[in-house]
Design a protein around this ligand. Structure first.
Ligand code: NAD
Length: 296
């Protein structure tokens, strides 16, 4: 079993680090928030007072941080103190440019690196059922696969440096667009006098079928576990969807890709956040569409 340093013990990182402990690893954790360190200690994680203290004696370092600027800042600290050969893994969702910079920084210091963003949310982080989408050298990935499997159920090597982040933004752009598409259909159905259950029964076995409809239905009733049945409490907050859609649009601009529906979805989630609903589940976007639908 390895000694692993885990930096960023928030909603996702805390339970992921706890699952590493359950799998028998020695985990040394650090977060800027003292309360999270106390909680981590209760889960068997050795709480430390700095990045430098956390990485002492660790052969693997995992970061789970809010955005690219945080990751680059921490990785600059890391490469100054870890010995060459230390495996650096970033599981945060960050912009492509920062992901590439982080890889280059690691390689320049003789450290193998992987970008390994996740999907599955806080529930998946706690249950150890996350999906990992991983970018980096194939041999480095092969050596780390078992480690990801202690925190997740599906582990997919997507290609070289930053390919994991590419997969993450593309997937979440599909999700943002498809949730709006499903929501528009339910609002139109309501205006046409169609019951939500009837629309669900047809679309869920027809060509409209998708995850946003059958697993995460934005109207209450057809899928009892979806946030629509619980006041749209997240789940996956609209603020996080907006973050990921913005990353997709930055990536599209850099790469010269045409993503008109991604742009429209970004604008709608921005409006939703501006109206004060950033903390609601992202499926609550249906309430914005319903409010704005012409009732004449
Ligand atoms: P969070 O805000 O709960 O946790 C981030 C933690 O990083 C915080 O506790 C913060 O104190 C810590 N931090 C920031 N700067 C630091 C530093 N310099 N040193 C040490 N700690 C530092 O966020 P989260 O929900 O855990 O998300 C983490 C990442 O996972 C984000 O990139 C997010 O987009 C991604 N993600 C989140 C979800 C989700 O459902 N929450 C799902 C998939 C992916």
């Amino acid at each position: 079993m390895s000694t692993i340093a885990f930096i960023g013990l928030g909603h996702m990182g805390g339970p992921m680090a706890a699952n590493l402990v359950k799998a028998g690893h020695a985990v040394r954790g650090f977060d800027l928030a003292a309360a999270l360190l106390d909680h981590a200690a209760e889960q068997g994680i050795s709480a430390t007072a700095s990045v430098a203290e956390a990485v002492s004696g660790a052969g693997i370092v995992i970061t789970m941080l809010p955005a690219g600027a945080h990751v680059l800042s921490v990785w600059h600290e890391l490469v100054a103190v870890v010995p060459p050969g230390t495996l650096l893994i970033d599981c945060s969702t960050i912009d492509m440019a920062s992901a590439r910079k982080a890889h280059a920084l690691a390689v320049a210091h003789g450290c193998p690196a992987l970008d390994a963003p996740v999907s599955g949310g806080t529930g998946g982080a706690s249950a150890g059922t996350l999906t990992f989408m991983v970018g980096g050298d194939a041999a480095v990935f092969a050596g780390a696969k078992a480690l990801f499997e202690t925190m997740g159920r599906k582990v997919i090597h997507c290609g070289g440096a930053s390919a994991g982040q590419a997969a993450k933004v593309c997937n979440n752009m599909i999700l943002g667009i498809s949730m709006i598409a499903v929501s528009e259909a339910f609002v139109l159905g309501e205006r046409l006098g169609l019951s939500p259950q009837a629309l669900f029964d047809v679309a869920s076995v027809s060509s409209g079928q998708c995850w946003s409809l059958t697993t995460y239905c934005p109207v209450p009733g057809p899928v009892p576990a979806s946030p629509a049945n619980h006041g749209y409490e997240p789940g996956f907050a609209a603020a996080l969807m907006l973050k990921d859609l913005k990353l997709s649009q930055a990536a599209a601009q850099d790469a010269g890709a045409m993503t008109p529906l991604g742009a429209a979805a970004t604008a709608l989630y921005q409006q939703f956040a501006d109206e004060g609903f950033a903390g609601k589940d992202f499926s609550a976007i249906i309430t914005l569409l319903r409010d704005k639908t012409d009732t004449r």
